[in-house]
Design a binder for this molecule. Sequence first.
Ligand code: G4P
Length: 542
Amino acid sequence: MTSTNAVVTRETNRRRTFAIISHPDSGKTTLTEKLLLFGGQIEVAGAVRGRKTQRGATSDWMEIERQRGISVSSTVLSFEYGGCLLNLLDTPGHHDFSEDTFRTLVAADSAIMVIDLAKGVESQTKKLFRVCALRKIPILTFVNKVDRPGKQPLEILAEIEAELGVKCSPQNWPLGYGADFRGIVDLNTGIAHLFEERRGDRRLQGTSIPLDEVDETLVSAEALAQAREEIELLGESNQLDREEFLAATATPVFFGSALTNHGVEAFLRSFIQIAPAPGPREADVGLVPVDREDFGGFVFKIQANLDPKHRDCIAFVRVCAGRFARDMEVMHARTGKKIRLRRVHRVFGSERETVDEAFPGDIVGLVNPGEFRLGDTLCTGDPLHYAPLPAFAPEKFAAIRCTSSTRRKQFAKGMEQLLGEGAIQTFNDPNAATKEPILAAVGELQFDVVRYRLQSEYDVETALTWLPFVTARWVSGPGPLEDLRLPYASRLVFANTGHPAVLFSSDWDLKYAQETNKAYRFDATRAGDLSTNTNSTAARPL
Ligand code: G4P
């Protein structure tokens, strides 16, 4: 092994690249903030939440975030903890932005699923969990808000198992919950960690002692008896099967409160032990190891005008193999062009710093003068194409029209930019009377973002006409497309990449089409559609 390989291996092994998935309001921002606090990246609680509310002041197109009180943009937050370098891929919280979130998950090696103890498994969590499970992204579960009245801890485990079909392996157990939340018991060591707290004029000491030694002077008799009984019932379920965890069929579960900070640092300590370091990645040449002699990475996110001061476009690259160095000449696998990477940044929130080197698991931001597309591979040495990014079946459709006849060129330019970023998908209907593109996305808010950005960045006013479709399927088959027998209300269209798809106005129509065209495939997702990287044979549809 060369010394470069040894450095790459050492650096890779200490990296943990992950995302947090949750339903809005379950405490993702609060937990993120606490993780950054332990990582020394922020000094006071409130910094992230503060930024969340101030964002409108620092970024203009993100004004939409401020208006709606949601987070549209996403960045990477890196911090050191316990000898590890953690890269947190911050994903937008709103359910309408799930395509962006889905793609970000492709760049993560693990995910933290935050669940609100009172609300249990909610719709957005379910959706994101499914994406992780299908892509075999290991998931650690943090049951949050234990300081508030909620469900019984055993009930929440049963709900997670029933709703998500994943085996729960509790790693700690709350000693009391709601107003009685007094501490957590580490199920692997049997040590109870009691929090320091003030109850009225009584001050309860913080301490760590074996559960057997905890008595009623420390925890209420009722909470203690309940915790002891439940822990007995749990038996050996804290024994996490590593293989099942890596296959996303089992999840370690931690209880805590992000707001009061209880259980968060213990969770972080376990996280760096349990979450996997970056591993080999699928490509057209087979699995590519992280310690490959040469560099390899792929573009998983493109965002323009992230910072109004610069007005540029950043391509976010996930480093997957080898060492990345600034000024390095890489091959752009899709075009075969050699590119020298000079302007390389690490983007932390709204701040940027120049990156000199990076290792597998790291995310670097390249200033993108329109050169890169989603899913593009960059590499040195022998060429390779990482598995294409998956495209997701949209659920909302609308024709978009530029309402100012003098701004058509700018409209076309803006649409091209937004398509390149993967902000939205478009389809064209060759038989339609007008040539207006059909916008398609998972959620309605994405349409607002497209219109807002066209208006604020390209000075183009647009109008939408909603179309009555509920889903789209990529169609492929042995015969010509004209032979397809489709329900009256459906429409055969083509993506900007040329791939044919059918838009359906009901699930019943979709079923009918599947049954009457048995020789054809109707796929909900199509790997690679976004990247136009059709050379790759390593497509892994979701
Ligand atoms: P999100 O990013 O998942 O959308 O959730 P966020 O962290 O913004 O938290 C949503 C609300 O839940 C916030 O309250 C937050 O303070 C609260 N919260 C988060 N974690 C905990 C916890 O462990 N215990 C309790 N009791 N509350 C928690 P808010 O009233 O909406 O906002 P704020 O007034 O606190 O800023």
